[in-house]
Design a protein around this ligand. Structure first.
Ligand SMILES: *Cc1c(COP(=O)(O)O)cnc(C)c1O
Length: 360
């Protein structure tokens, strides 16, 4: 067996310790004589798994009691519809468009009400985060929507927008649990777990209780109401049971690493190695404004498409995989999520140095 350094944007690298534990428990979970995959979601053993997962997540993020934690399905993309369906009381919301995912959410919201694009960075291929300190927030807006870390472009909000009293809704798919967060600044925080937490198939929604209502957009399916899942503690129907179990193991792993403060420091150390190299390299360069750089997704180019393709091919052969940039932007992208060890980033930079020497 040999493991590679996997720089995929998602589904992405998971902690090896977690994978080993899951492997050990595959045939017999904790004396039950069955795999978690084979277990009733109403069983005592599973109840403990999901409750422990929620408790650990609450502890990691310091989630206040007046917020619900929901384990849902449908990917982050399903939230693009659920959010307006459940939260657009006035039929209006403001969107800040900083990449493809924010744009998709903005476009989806237009189906359910008036969605206003109050800022965008599309003019420069989403290579920066616009100034969000004094935006023309709409008087009637039910919420202001952001995508906090832009997975494809590699930018991240360093400061949250001034929403002028409106509720903030944030897609944190690709920066979930990468650093401490003040949950009270948000109405809704959500993300697909397949970027920085667990296997595809689970979406975590952290939502302030007063935003969960019966009275949502007419015709909203039962399964798309937050209230349905909140009332049933995420067990209205069969949840993505195995995925939640793995997420729970990752939460325990994060606690063993020292929690989110420690994770942030580690992520900063890792990203610095790569960004410092990009800033001094004569061949490679980063593609986004320095002040807005993401700690999680690092896009870079040589400026020559053929050389980029050669780099992707040779890095793959060297055990550094999935470095090809998103199909809409080209170049390269290294996703260096929580579970990417620092040795992986060091190996990448060593490889880049060697490639630079050979190709300049
Ligand atoms: C990947 C991603 C999505 C889409 O996630 P799905 O689970 O595939 O729907 C949405 N937002 C962000 C920020 C992402 O990185």
């Amino acid at each position: 067996m040999s493991r590679v350094y996997n720089f995929s944007a998602g589904p992405a690298v998971l902690p090896e310790e977690v994978l080993r534990e899951a492997a050990e428990e595959m045939l017999d979970y904790n004396g039950t004589g069955m795999s978690v995959m084979e277990m009733s979601h109403r069983s005592k053993a599973y109840k403990e798994i999901i409750e422990t997962a929620e408790a650990d997540l609450r502890e990691l993020l310091g989630i206040p009691d007046n917020y619900k934690v929901l384990f849902l399905q449908g990917g982050a993309s399903q939230q693009f519809a659920m959010i307006p369906m459940n939260l657009m009381k006035n039929g209006e919301a403001d969107y800040i468009v900083t990449g493809q995912w924010a744009k998709k959410a903005y476009q989806e919201a237009q189906k359910y009400g008036k969605a206003n694009k109050i800022a965008s960075s599309e003019d420069k291929t989403f290579s920066y985060i616009p100034d969000v300190s004094d935006l023309p927030v709409s008087e009637n807006a039910d919420y202001v929507y952001i995508c906090e870390n832009n997975t494809i472009y590699g930018t991240k909000y360093q400061e949250l927008p001034n929403t002028k009293g409106k509720i903030l809704v944030s897609d944190v798919s690709s920066c979930f649990l990468s650093e401490p967060v003040d949950v009270t600044k948000y109405g809704v925080i959500y993300g697909g777990v397949q970027k920085n937490i667990g296997p595809a198939g689970v979406v975590i929604v952290i939502i302030r209780e007063d935003l969960i209502m019966e009275d949502v957009l007419e015709g909203t399916p039962t399964m798309l109401k937050y209230k349905t899942h909140a009332d049933a503690e995420s067990l209205y129907n069969t949840p993505p049971a195995y995925g939640i179990y793995i997420c729970g193991k990752v939460f325990k792993w994060l606690k063993r690493q020292g929690g989110l403060e420690a994770m942030k420091k580690y992520n900063e150390r890792k990203a610095k190695i790569l960004y410092d190299f990009l800033d001094e390299s004569r061949l490679f360069k980063g593609t986004v404004e320095k002040k807005d750089r993401s700690l999680m997704n690092v896009p870079f180019i040589t400026g020559d498409e053929e050389l980029d393709a050669k780099f992707v091919k040779e890095s793959q052969a060297a055990g550094l995989v999935n470095l090809k940039g998103h199909r809409t932007v080209g170049g390269m992208r290294a996703s260096i999520y929580n579970a990417m060890p620092i040795e992986g980033v060091e190996a990448l930079v060593a490889f880049m140095r060697k490639f630079e020497e050979e190709n300049l």
